[in-house]
Design a protein around this ligand. Structure first.
Ligand code: SF4
Length: 406
């Protein structure tokens, strides 16, 4: 860990791993503000309390800082094409149309974006204005990820969301009118939610025929209001029933489950997220953003300053990075599996050496043990969890801690 980014030459030295080629590269841009902080949320999002309400966050200053941050990061990713962009948060749909346009112009000016790059923006109901979303599309956003969470106004209230069921539907209608590719985020096992209410939410979502669905089990994360004052949530049997019903219903509606929480129509998988799960590279800019950047003989991880004000000051001073470390070669197998085994079909076996720069022999014993326990499929061409492996995913991933030592 260091206070400052070292010169790029430092990362080009020989090392313990040898990557045959650099992985595909994505860009993540973090927008750190929301109208209100939800009690279940452990993301780096801050309620904007400035004069003038929710729109009064320092848009220009933050966009300046993002550009500075990106300029400072360029030597580490020089010339590498960017295949996907994800503008997440927070609530990036609070950006003005002109602000978003400037952001995308800056990204295009500084990075070689693929002509057909998937460019996703997270958007929350309650911030949907038809004109603004038309402009977002014209500026180059080609995929929306909408934080619906529920269509039930009572549950939305319990979740502290700023929108109600009608606004959720209205947001999807605006998305449909402007974007042919969009995702709906929904949560289940909500406070006091019944199986029938969960079914109603999912049925409503499916009725809009979204190309992609993300269905998350509510979790009470540390450092959240819900963790401090836990609401009454459905018991394990009920939430298991919800999960089983979701599996059947989404499959019947033509959605393939390809990751723990991700369901897609054919050819509509989220390319950006797939790159994470396939242990690709990503540069993260903005407050608290994480990066993973590979070099021929090492993998670097970085975290930007988390608090928006601190991040803006640090970027203006020439270095927004708070933490930086090289991943120990012994940790790479576990980091790879933490991602790859989330995928229902797993990955081709050769991806392990391609992404970690380590020989398969490093994980041979753990793979054999996984197969023997019925947690991994018995196929030398693929590393993929069985149904049992998906159910006990943490145990399976843990088998790859420190490579062969476990
Ligand atoms: S809108 Fe999303 S990012 Fe913002 S506080 Fe709520 S859950 Fe967190």
């Amino acid at each position: 860990m260091s206070e400052s980014t070292l010169p790029v030459q430092n990362f080009l030295r020989p090392g313990k791993i040898s990557l045959p080629a650099l992985p595909p590269m994505s860009l993540y841009v973090h927008f750190p503000w929301c109208v209100r902080k939800c009690p279940y949320c452990d993301f780096n999002s801050h309620e904007w309390r400035g004069e003038g309400g929710a729109q009064a966050f320092p848009e220009q200053a933050y966009l300046d800082a993002l550009r500075q941050d990106l300029e400072q990061a360029l030597p580490l990713v020089w010339g590498r094409p960017v295949h996907t962009v994800f503008i997440g948060g927070g609530t990036p749909s609070l950006l003005s149309a002109a602000g978003l346009d400037r952001l995308l112009s800056d990204l295009r000016a500084l990075l070689p974006l693929d002509a057909d790059a998937e460019i996703t923006m997270e958007a929350n109901p309650g911030t949907f204005e038809a004109d603004k979303f038309r402009s977002f599309r014209a500026s180059g956003i080609n995929r929306l990820s909408i934080g619906i969470q529920s269509f039930n106004s009572e549950h939305l209230k319990a979740l502290g969301r700023i929108h109600d069921g009608d606004e959720a539907r209205h947001a999807i209608e605006i998305a449909q009118a402007n974007f042919d590719n969009f995702n709906l985020d929904l949560m289940f096992a909500l406070p006091n939610q019944t199986l029938a209410q969960c079914q109603e939410d999912v049925e409503t979502a499916i009725s809009f025929a979204p190309p992609h669905l993300s269905l998350y089990h509510l979790t009470l994360e540390p450092n959240t209001q819900f963790h401090k004052y836990p609401p009454t949530v459905p018991d394990d049997d009920t939430s298991a029933d919800m999960q089983d019903w979701i599996a059947e219903r989404t499959a019947a509606a033509g959605y393939g489950r390809y990751e723990v929480s991700a369901y897609a129509q054919p050819h509509r998988r989220a390319k950006h997220n797939l790159n994470y799960w396939e242990f690709g590279d990503y540069l993260g800019i903005g407050a608290g953003a994480h990066s993973k950047i590979s070099f021929p003989h090492r993998v670097l991880r970085q975290v930007r300053h988390k608090h928006p004000q601190r991040f803006m000051e640090a970027a203006a001073a020439g270095n927004a990075i708070q933490e930086e470390r090289e991943v120990d070669a012994r940790d790479l197998p576990f980091e790879f599996m933490l991602n790859a085994l989330r995928l229902t079909d797993g990955v081709k076996s050769e991806l392990f050496a391609d992404r970690t720069g380590l020989p398969m022999a490093k994980i041979a014993r753990a793979l054999a043990a996984g197969v023997e326990k019925g947690l991994l499929v018995d196929d030398p061409q693929r590393i993929a969890p069985t149904e049992l492996g998906q159910r006990f995913l943490n145990d399976l991933q843990g088998m790859f801690l420190e490579g062969e030592k476990k």
